[in-house]
Design a protein around this ligand. Structure first.
Ligand code: PLP
Length: 356
């Protein structure tokens, strides 16, 4: 039996450069939104390949800003998948629009374009497209629906669909910089777009002061320069972070390919950046996700459901078979750039022993 300190499910990747950048900002005396926020917006926009960015204080705030900037209003409908965290549903609901939930595709965990098409109505104003776990959704088939897409890149950056970077395809995109995301600022988010008009509306709605008119949707959603200093430092290392994630995923793939679990599938024409390494336990063969997680936890390996609870379950809605199946069988293994090969091998050994 191998042992060692517990391996947590996720963890930020921080070093002395990050600490220095934040300390320098404190010494500068400029803490609120300023030049560092602007520089971080430029760097993120360049990374994603769009015209610009509007930094805000969370990914949820960025979603709300994207909806408002696109012009979604009370009474409109917005399509989104059930298998995602609560943030997209809350953003739609809070601006008075109606969230229309649809099911996912089983392999990619992303919104199913066929189901999205069935949910279209005359009131549909946007589709929120979360790219889950590091894998792009089927943007090509979603674009064919001719409805503005809001790409939710909270979990996916640098991955591509038919050579196009996630975030650069839809009318708008959003990021989250929560502590354990691909890059972090503690809390934080960003609206990104190739369209000047959306960026301009986003900037107006991000703050409440010094505007010629009172804009009802405006609010204080600003990011601080303290956060942006950390973000700038992190974005410089983002390519390295993503490389390490892919290398860890490759160790998992090679080590688990003969285990009786389903491995992540990367559909043709897409690349994966492995924000999460999500496997499927075989229903019936393995004795329930909760029990497996508890046994792994006792052995010092923290695994999690990749989505806490599908939205249709909160709302007591029926008829989301693929989201249900994912909820029953999907297990997320630890993956983050600071994991050593030894830690990855320990996860594999403990997992295989517990599933035997
Ligand atoms: C897919 C997705 N969208 C939106 C969010 C919301 O981001 P935040 O926690 O920064 O508000 C998250 C955060 O976990 C997420 O995973």
């Amino acid at each position: 039996m191998i042992s060692g300190p517990p391996i947590t499910h996720s963890r930020p990747t921080l070093d002395a450069q990050d600490a220095r950048a934040v300390a320098q900002t404190v010494r500068s005396g400029w803490l609120a939104q300023g030049a560092r926020v602007e520089a971080f917006e430029r760097k993120m926009a360049a990374f994603v390949g769009v015209r610009g960015g509007v930094a805000v204080n969370s990914g949820t705030a960025a979603l709300k800003l994207a909806l408002l900037a696109i012009g979604v209003k009370s009474g409109d409908e917005v399509i989104l998948p059930s298998y995602v965290c609560a943030a997209p549903w809350l953003a739609v609901h809070q601006i008075g629009a109606t969230p229309k939930l649809v099911d996912i595709e089983p392999d990619s965990y992303a919104i199913d374009p066929v189901q999205a098409k069935k949910a279209l109505s005359r009131r549909t104003r946007a589709i929120i497209v979360p790219h889950l776990f590091g894998l792009p959704a089927d943007l090509t088939r979603l674009q064919a629906l001719h409805v503005p897409l809001i790409e939710d890149c909270a979990q996916t950056l640098g991955a591509t669909e038919r050579g196009r970077r996630v975030g650069s395809v839809g009318a708008a995109a959003v990021c989250s910089f929560y502590a354990t995301k691909l890059l972090c600022t503690g809390e934080g988010g960003m609206l990104l777009s190739r369209k000047a008009v959306i960026l301009e509306k986003g900037r107006v709605l991000r703050e409440y002061d010094e505007e010629p008119l009172l804009v009802p949707g405006s609010f204080n959603r600003k990011m601080t320069d303290l956060q942006a200093a950390l973000g700038l430092c992190q974005v410089r290392r983002l390519r390295r972070f993503l490389q390490r994630r892919r290398a860890i995923a490759e160790i998992y793939r090679k080590s688990l390919k003969s285990a009786e679990v389903g491995l992540p599938v990367v559909p043709k024409g897409r690349t994966h950046c492995f924000y999460r390494y999500v496997i499927r336990l075989q229903d019936g063969r393995h004795s329930g996700l909760e029990k497996v997680m508890a046994r792994l936890d006792r052995r010092g390996v923290q695994c999690r459901r990749p989505v806490f609870r599908p939205l249709h379950r909160y709302l007591n809605l029926k008829g989301f078979p693929e989201s249900e199946e994912a909820h029953r069988t999907a297990l997320s293994l630890p993956i983050y750039p600071s994991m050593t090969d030894r830690m990855v091998r320990r996860v594999v050994t403990v997992l295989c022993e517990e599933l035997a």
